[in-house]
Design a protein around this ligand. Structure first.
Ligand SMILES: NC(=O)c1ccc[n+]([C@@H]2O[C@H](COP(=O)([O-])OP(=O)(O)OC[C@H]3O[C@@H](n4cnc5c(N)ncnc54)[C@H](O)[C@@H]3O)[C@@H](O)[C@H]2O)c1
Length: 297
């Protein structure tokens, strides 16, 4: 049997905000394969995630795939990826109690917390995206929203890998990072606006650059381009159900994707089975991206 064994590995999973999103499912797959987990969660959602990890009500959500038991997370650390250090935080956020109660919630704060307790990080998952104007078409997007989308959804991958590099370099068997993209970074998807298309295009080329920069340190960087799925963030797009139904009707595999399929791909890419794969964009979309003309129906 080919093993997919991540035991002894530490995975830093950024972007778990509930038990619906891709990050939650990826975390469960990595945990089922034996990896230990540290979450980096938006400061306003740390308590929400903490509750899901503890409440009896959410026991079913914590069940690992493959009968591997129940999800166990070492720590849920606060991180707003807009900020490299606390010196970058604006006055309004500094005075917001929902943030200030966490102390240092910058990327630097996250990495120094991890360094205190762990010798290294073997796996990094970036599952984060935000635009304040996701519903605005490109032509109607403000400069402010466009730059926010790029800062939170794209540059944060570079910023986090830069900060994590000392913990990820030259790990036994190498380290692996993955980030989540969407076809809207390659082609026009109506309503995927507010700078998000640009942010995904940037994320994809950044991942290739980072793969080249970090390859000599034995750190692989890959992208999963997932098909549409009604997570919390995607529901903000407005027509996510229409996007899911359209993809299901028109893909070579004529159905919607499941978040577990994205999670299984993430586990593979983070495992030694993918040891020669880096700088790659892997579509987990039932083949939708290959279509030129869509079938009627
Ligand atoms: N759902 C889809 O249809 C779809 C398809 C392809 C790719 N993706 C991508 O998958 C990734 C995860 O999205 P999801 O659909 O699972 O939704 P989600 O809402 O579960 O995840 C988005 C996460 O980003 C976090 N976030 C936003 N701004 C942040 C900030 N400043 N600092 C820290 N965290 C912040 C949110 O708290 C949330 O946990 C995103 O990159 C998204 O673009 C989603």
């Amino acid at each position: 049997m080919i093993p997919l064994d991540l035991s002894g590995k530490l995975a830093e999973v950024a972007g778990v905000g509930d038990d619906r999103g891709f990050a939650w499912h990826i975390a469960k797959a990595l945990n089922a394969a034996g990896a230990r987990l540290v979450f980096a969660t938006h400061p306003r959602l740390v308590n929400v995630v903490g509750n899901i990890l503890e409440r009896d009500l959410d026991k079913e959500s914590r069940a690992l795939p493959y009968g591997a038991g129940e999800l166990k997370v070492d720590k849920v650390l606060p991180c707003d990826v807009s900020y490299d250090t606390m010196a970058d935080v604006d006055e309004k956020t500094l005075n917001d109690k929902r943030f200030s109660k966490h102390g240092d919630y910058s990327i630097q704060g996250l990495v120094s917390s991890i360094s205190k307790d762990y010798q290294g990080v073997d796996i990094f998952v970036h599952s984060i995206a935000f635009s304040p104007e996701i519903k605005n078409r490109a032509i109607d997007t403000t400069r402010r929203a466009y730059l926010t989308a790029l800062s939170v959804s794209s540059y944060s991958l570079t910023a986090m890998l830069k900060a994590l590099q000392p913990l990820m370099e030259n790990r036994p068997g190498g380290a692996s990072a993955i980030a989540l993209s969407y076809l809207g970074g390659d082609r026009v998807v109506p309503h995927y606006g507010g700078g998000m298309s640009t942010a995904k295009a940037a994320l994809q080329i950044d991942a290739k650059q980072l793969a080249s920069n970090l390859g000599p340190k034995n750190i692989r960087v890959n992208i999963i381009s997932a098909g549409p799925y009604a997570s919390r963030a995607a529901s903000a797009i407005g027509d996510i159900d229409e996007m899911v139904n359209h993809a299901a009707a028109c893909s070579p595999l004529p159905r919607a994707i499941s978040p577990d399929e994205v999670a299984n791909t993430a586990a593979f890419l983070c495992s030694p089975l993918a040891s020669a794969i880096t700088g790659h964009v892997l579509y987990v979309d039932c083949g939708y991206n290959v279509m030129g003309i869509f079938p009627k129906g």
